[in-house]
Design a protein around this ligand. Structure first.
Ligand code: UDP
Length: 381
């Protein structure tokens, strides 16, 4: 008789980034008749609050990495702690996030004899020795885009046990998003609104966004440029730098820094165009969210958006690190609202057909089924 499959998710973060949102949506949409989720986090915070609000059991364990200079390294004490907890709870599968500091999931899972599925959610530029070990010992590696899988192959990491499964968005939640409320809060009335919604971190390309805004402000004097997001992981200096830059570029009247917004979907719903200006996005869940909200996207042609945005059909792709190309694409959207609206409608259709959370969950559940069956077969030998 097949029993319910207990899945222990592990996240070394207490804050809410794209990886945590992916994990939370997956955990909360699992078929509870077949799967029992539990999430181990390193500290209480916005992430554990959100999990509890969604009725997902949370365990706080001190599994933070150790800091050596600017690097975060896996901690042997964290691995030992997690190992003891896995032995106590006896999950069938440990599902770990991809962050380098989350190596302790692989160590603890392996020591406890529990198969580990791990997410690959970042582009690998240079593989550390432990990346190779972790990729090799994982029962399955879920890459959230082909760009990630390709980067693993380039870095000579094993890819035989990888599978590309795009993250999903909760379409019902998107249907409830209220852009008007957000426009009211910021006094945007019916101004054209262009926005970026990312944690404030240099690789997200906010400075190109601000420079593009500066290039457009005279041509589109009513336009407002929203910077939605906070310094989730990066030091606050970057936020200060961006605010200073915005001021120096003369954007005080047209750029609005909203800070981190839990109601980010309302913020995106308030936009006419969403910009993803990152140097190279691993996937860019925010792009999928904008698509699901029927917004055309202007994204840099690097990484995930090359797979999710069809240039000229659901949005536009521009060269990374190039504020002039970015400004030109935004201008085309603002000048042709009808065309932009049509791209947005096609984007929504694409999100509905390809990026629903239901599709994501069905594929991950199938991974769990296979991993559990393979593990059982190995033990029976
Ligand atoms: N986000 C949010 N509030 C904000 C800004 C961003 O909740 O103020 C969300 C955004 O909607 C997306 C996630 O944070 O779901 C960021 O994911 P993405 O893959 O775009 O970037 P990551 O942070 O994972 O690199």
């Amino acid at each position: 008789m097949i029993t319910q499959t207990r899945i222990m998710f592990v996240s070394p973060n207490a804050l809410l980034g794209g990886g945590e949102i992916n994990q939370m949506l997956l955990a909360s949409h699992l078929d509870r008749a077949r799967f029992v989720p539990e999430v181990v986090v390193s500290a209480d915070g916005p992430y554990s609050d959100e999990l509890r609000a969604r009725d997902i059991p949370v365990k706080v364990l001190s599994i933070r990495p150790v800091r050596v200079g600017s690097r975060k390294l896996p901690s042997p004490a964290a691995a030992a702690l997690l190992y003891r907890y896995i032995r106590k709870r006896r999950p069938h599968i440990v599902h770990s996030s991809s962050l380098p500091e989350d190596l302790h999931s692989s160590v603890a899972g392996r020591m406890a004899g529990v198969p580990v599925v791990h997410d690959a959610q970042t582009i690998i530029y240079r593989a550390a020795p432990f990346d190779r070990w972790r990729a090799a010992v994982s029962a399955r590696v879920i890459c959230i885009s082909h760009a990630i899988r390709n980067s693993m192959a380039r870095a000579r990491l094993p890819v035989h046990n990888t599978e590309v499964i795009y993250s999903g968005v909760d379409l019902a939640e998107h249907a409830r998003a209220d852009g008007r409320k957000f426009r009211e809060e910021f006094g945007l009335a019916d101004a054209p609104v262009v926005g970026i919604a990312s944690r404030l971190s240099p690789e997200k390309g906010h400075d190109y966004f601000l420079r593009a805004a500066a290039a457009l402000k005279e041509r589109f004097p009513n336009a407002r440029f929203l910077v939605v997001g906070g310094a989730t992981y990066a030091p606050r200096q970057y936020e200060m730098y961006l605010k200073d830059l915005s001021h120096a570029l003369g954007l005080d009247n047209c750029v609005i820094f909203t800070g981190f917004r839990r109601d980010v979907l309302n913020a995106i719903a308030a936009m006419d165009v969403l910009v993803c200006a990152a140097d190279e996005e691993a996937l860019g869940r925010v792009v999928l969210e904008a698509m699901a909200l029927g917004k055309p996207v202007v994204a840099t042609k690097a990484g995930g958006p090359c797979e999710t945005v069809e240039d000229g059909v659901t949005g536009m792709l521009v060269r990374p690190n190039d504020s002039r190309s970015l400004a030109a694409a935004i201008a085309r959207m603002l000048e042709n609202p009808e065309n932009a609206g049509q791209m947005g409608r096609r984007a929504r259709e694409r999100a509905e057909s390809s990026y629903s959370i239901e599709q994501n969950v069905a594929r991950v559940q199938e991974v769990y089924r296979i991993v559990r069956a393979q593990h059982a077969a190995r033990r029976a030998r």
